[in-house]
Design a protein around this ligand. Structure first.
Ligand SMILES: Cc1cc2nc3c(=O)[nH]c(=O)nc-3n(C[C@H](O)[C@H](O)[C@H](O)COP(=O)(O)OP(=O)(O)OC[C@H]3O[C@@H](n4cnc5c(N)ncnc54)[C@H](O)[C@@H]3O)c2cc1C
Length: 429
């Protein structure tokens, strides 16, 4: 077992880190100032994107890039190393064209789009010319169970019509967002509850699409938006349906595998940052005649955080490695349990580690003068977005129980019951 990343990945990670140190961090205060003044994205982001693209630091997340597309497509394990670094700065991923939800949407389009759909949406996304959003959750139904979704795609004499309401649609307020991938109930689908949904590609400027509001997450207003959107009798051409009608559920499952690895690795990067900040603060701040770092409870928080981050990283990398080995095709139950498991572990990690860091910082930790309050808010959201923890735990538990069912009784030999004595095989003749 080799715990090192490949030499090429280590070198690429160093280039990404150096690019961020040289070009992004100096612009970080300007980015926040511009966003606070309502200028989003700040104009220099486009310049930084050009520079990153020229240097080949672009589109890391797709294992196989289509011919002629700029960038370096990486497998999940290699990409994980870079996502961890990019995660340290909330706007870094956009500069490298690796932002959520676009990266997941591009994976989806690469797998299921027709050549015409790919020309219209996938290639502009890969070139970083447009942004996109994925619209599944709805205010009126429990969206942790997508079979509940009510937004409907109907056949009418005038053609296909989409009607309904979505919310918390990340990215829909980005001025460059041109595409909504909408998951909806399809009146043409069959009886199976997992075959009743379709996905449609809806241009943002289609008549009947109305962004109602950008919903703040715990007082934090994300500039790219978590939007509530109404679809009022929106006309959809047949060639706007992605994949087969009724296949929406299966495609949504396919989208979430690598996407969760990306989220989780960004979380690990953010937790590393929180640990660095917490440790540095503990070494320079004194109270009651001692540095904070000399108090046993602070040492314990630092140690626990170190161990928890390392455990989580290993688990995420294992999930990424299994996906790279074709896990979703060869061992789909195991791989699904892997990605469900890391989603829970990463969310818990982020709220725990960042909470400790905020405590070490005192009041400053809750102010906007450190990234901690934002990181905690994001961590709290992680417990829900892409499905709540409880649903993922259920996936893990079902997998364990299935495995147990398949080998039921095999552990009985570990009991020490008298009647087992007679069953022991004779060793000597
Ligand atoms: C910041 C943020 C960004 C988001 N971005 C997007 C996006 O881009 N696109 C999109 O479509 N959605 C997005 N979402 C929505 C997110 O995916 C949903 O909130 C999530 O799937 C849960 O759905 P719900 O809110 O309807 O909760 P519900 O389904 O109403 O569930 C409520 C609670 O019920 C409990 N529960 C549910 N199922 C079970 C179970 N099986 N066992 C035990 N308990 C259970 C859980 O505690 C859960 O939190 C985002 C959410 C947030 C917070």
């Amino acid at each position: 077992m080799d715990f090192d990343f490949s030499t090429a990945t280590v070198a690429l990670r160093a280039r990404v880190r150096s690019f961020m140190d040289t070009y992004l961090l100096p612009y970080n205060p300007a980015w926040h100032l511009a966003v606070a003044q309502g200028v989003y994205p700040p104009p220099f982001v486009e310049d930084l994107k050009c520079l990153a693209r020229e240097e080949g630091l672009w589109n890391f997340f797709l294992p196989q890039l289509p011919p002629g597309v700029p960038g370096q497509g990486l497998c999940n394990v290699d990409y994980a190393a870079l996502a961890e670094v990019m995660g340290r700065l909330p706007w870094a991923s956009e500069v490298f064209n690796c932002s959520a939800p676009d990266s997941g949407n591009m994976e989806l389009l690469q797998r299921f789009a027709t050549p015409t759909q790919a020309q219209q949406w996938l290639y502009p996304l890969l070139r970083g010319e447009i942004r996109s959003a994925f619209a599944m959750s709805e205010p009126d139904v429990a969206s942790s169970d997508p079979t509940n979704l009510q937004t409907v795609l109907r056949d009418s004499p005038q053609g296909l019509v989409l009607h309904g309401r979505k919310w918390f649609i990340t990215g829909a307020a980005h001025p460059a967002c041109r595409l909504l991938i909408v998951m909806c109930r399809d009146n043409d689908a069959g009886e199976d509850p997992h075959a009743q949904h379709s996905m449609v590609l809806v241009p943002m400027d289609t008549p009947g699409v109305q962004v109602l509001r950008n919903i703040p997450v715990m007082q934090h207003q994300a500039p790219e938006g978590h939007c509530e959107i109404r679809f009022e009798n929106v006309r959809v051409a047949p060639d706007q349906v992605l994949g087969a009608r009724g296949a929406g559920f299966a495609m949504a499952q396919a989208r979430l595998g690598p996407g969760r690895i990306h989220h989780c690795m960004r979380t690990i990067g953010q937790c590393e940052l929180a640990l660095e900040l917490m440790s540095a603060r503990a070494l320079e701040r004194q109270t009651f005649g001692k540095y904070l770092a000399d108090f046993a409870n602070v040492q314990e928080w630092i140690a626990e955080s170190r161990l928890e981050i390392d455990q989580a990283r290993l688990l995420v990398l294992q999930a990424a490695w299994r996906l790279d080995q074709g896990g979703m095709q060869q061992h789909p139950h195991q791989s699904r349990a892997d990605v469900a498991g890391i989603k829970v572990v990463a969310a818990r990690l982020q709220t725990r580690v960042v909470d400790r860091a905020m405590q070490v910082f005192g009041a400053m930790g809750l102010s906007p003068d450190t990234p901690l309050a934002y990181l905690w808010t994001w961590g709290r959201a992680m417990h829900l977005m892409d499905g709540p923890d409880e649903v993922h735990l259920r996936t893990v538990a079902r997998h364990v129980l299935d495995q147990t069912r398949a080998h039921l009784g095999e552990s009985a030999a570990y009991f020490t019951l008298p009647e087992q004595l007679a069953a022991a095989p004779r060793i000597r003749a």
